[in-house]
Design a protein around this ligand. Structure first.
Ligand code: XMP
Length: 516
């Protein structure tokens, strides 16, 4: 079945992904492409409408990025947001100027005329809050356009050409701080473009199953399970598509949380009857990590050992034609880097990359079009239990990166126990789903305490909990002090080896979510 599609042309805004999410929330499939590839993407995708994102450039600079001029001749509606509006205005004969008062944050626009973008939401003469972030602004509208909203610092805040169905907003309507932004975007995709809104998780699932069957044929597929949501959803989807052509491999590296291995195995073997190889490789990993303290060394050792174990198991199974991975859309979007250059490696993430070439396997990545929250919705659609689907993310290198310094079996045991108490209390307080990720970190520092009449000299444990939408930025979770006090008391009373608990109040940036 052909669904209506929206093409989002990216000019490097920090919030371009939010445009795609908002459009998809309307049941309309959308894809982001960098502006350099907009022409080819338009031809391949044949979208019903186009959105031009914001971005850090100025159209007044020589060589500023611009959408292909042909887009304006294609007969499809176009919405330009912030930089996208300025690019459209410039290309169609309007004028943009710099050097005005820069405007960042909350602002108010006043509607000066009706248009289809505002239909039923914004009314002439009324004022509405919006989120601005711009230095340049449009100062003359191109022929055919009309100013439909103004703001004190951007007298041309929204422009509309109702004949060609081109719209431009100086403010960002994709962010939560523009309260009616999602409704305006709905008007654009539903009323202006006329999309059906028929892209649901059920249709996604059915089509994904067809695609997997077409790609895999009678080939054999192996899928690495990490215990996390993404690989589990990919595995269950593949199993529905190709049944026993799929074998899952679960490598227990001994760096998992308490009871995790058992839970994963019970679910896959017990509830789903999916062929599963459980590899007990704890000693191998702990041995390889002995004496290692540098975070990047740890990550690389774990990544390498993981791939080695996986390869051995794949060979034992007689090889496979395909390797399945739970790659998500944020990992594949080729966004325009705001700095224009390659970004530095903050942390080496571990996966089984490199293995397909070594073993001559092809990749199956059935989730590569989805955002994390969409994967959760797909998991529910596939019947995975809510408690599993709603789990916090867990990093591939596991507890090794939550145990700064050298790892020992004893430290891991202390950390597992403390982490279990912390998560249990968060669930009990009904906070689990409000938090993006929560975990404990065992510090390589001992402090003096007093318990009963005796002196103690034990480890410090740090608690971390953050809110986030995608893990790229995060803020610490503002627990009630009473809650933290209660958790600290429980941990110190119950976990031998910890006599002090601290709470991490660092956001990301400047911190990262994990400690290593
Ligand atoms: P950081 O610590 O970079 O983490 O702020 C962002 C998110 O990514 C997770 N994370 C990983 N996930 N393999 C993974 O699959 C890794 O190597 C890895 N390192 C960090 C982290 O838990 C957080 O959700």
């Amino acid at each position: 079945m052909q669904h209506d599609k929206i093409l989002i042309v990216d000019f490097g805004s920090q919030v371009t992904q939010l445009i795609a999410r908002r459009v998809r929330e309307e049941g309309v499939y959308s894809e982001i492409v960098p502006y350099q590839k907009a022409d080819a993407a338009f031809a391949a995708m044949r979208p019903k409408g186009v959105i031009l994102s914001g971005g850090p450039s100025s159209v007044l600079e020589p060589g500023a990025p611009l959408p292909p001029a042909g887009l304006y001749e294609a007969g499809v509606p176009i919405l330009g947001i912030c930089y996208g509006e300025q690019a459209m205005a410039t290309q169609l004969g309007g004028e943009v100027e710099a050097g005005h008062h820069r405007e960042f944050g909350r602002a108010e626009v006043q509607v000066s005329a009706d248009c289809q973008l505002f239909d039923g939401i914004w009314h002439t003469g009324e004022k509405y809050p919006v989120w601005m972030s711009h230095g340049d602004r449009v100062t003359r509208v191109p022929d055919g356009f009309q100013v439909v909203a103004t703001s004190p610092n951007a007298p041309i805040a929204v422009i509309a050409d109702e004949t060609r169905r081109f719209y431009g907003t100086q403010f960002h309507l994709e962010v939560m701080h523009t309260p009616h932004g999602a409704l305006l975007l709905r008007n654009f995709v539903r009323k202006v473009v006329g999309c059906q809104g028929d892209w649901t998780m059920r249709t996604f699932k059915e089509e994904a199953i067809e695609k997997i069957r077409a790609q895999v044929g009678t080939g054999r597929v192996i899928c690495g399970l990490s215990g996390g949501v993404d690989s589990a959803v990919a595995a269950v989807l593949l199993h529905e598509a190709i049944g026993n052509q799929l074998t899952c491999v679960f490598v227990d590296h001994g760096l998992l949380r308490r009871g995790e291995a058992k839970r994963v195995i019970a679910m896959f073997r017990g509830s789903y009857n999916i062929p599963l190889v459980h590899v007990q490789a704890r000693d191998r990993f702990v041995e390889a990590l002995t004496g290692v303290v540098d975070p990047e060394d740890k990550r690389k050792i774990i990544g390498k050992a993981f791939v080695d174990v996986f390869e051995e198991e794949a060979k034992k199974l007689g090889g496979a034609d395909f390797l399945a991975q739970g790659t998500l859309y944020p990992d594949v979007i080729e966004s325009v880097s705001p700095t224009g250059g390659p970004s530095v490696t903050i942390k080496s993430h571990h996966n089984v990359g490199g293995l397909p070439e070594r073993m001559n396997m092809k990749l199956v990545e059935p989730l590569r079009e989805l955002f994390k929250d969409e994967v959760r919705a797909l998991g529910r659609e596939l019947g995975l239990p809510d408690v599993f689907v709603g789990r916090h993310p867990f990093p591939g290198p596991g507890l090794a990166i939550r145990c700064p310094g050298e790892i020992t079996a004893e430290k891991l045991e202390i950390l597992r126990y403390a982490d279990e108490i912390y998560i249990e209390e968060i669930r009990r307080a009904g906070l689990y789903d409000d938090i993006w990720q929560a975990f404990a970190v065992l510090l390589p520092v001992k402090t003096v305490g007093v318990m009963g009449d005796g002196r103690t000299y034990e480890h410090v444990l740090a608690l971390r909990a953050v809110t986030s939408t995608d893990g790229m930025t995060a803020d610490f979770y503002p627990f009630d002090m009473k809650f933290l006090g209660h958790v600290a008391t429980r941990i110190i009373n119950e976990v031998k080896g910890v006599n002090r608990v601290v709470y991490d109040i660092t956001s990301k940036p400047p911190g990262t979510i994990e400690w290593e």
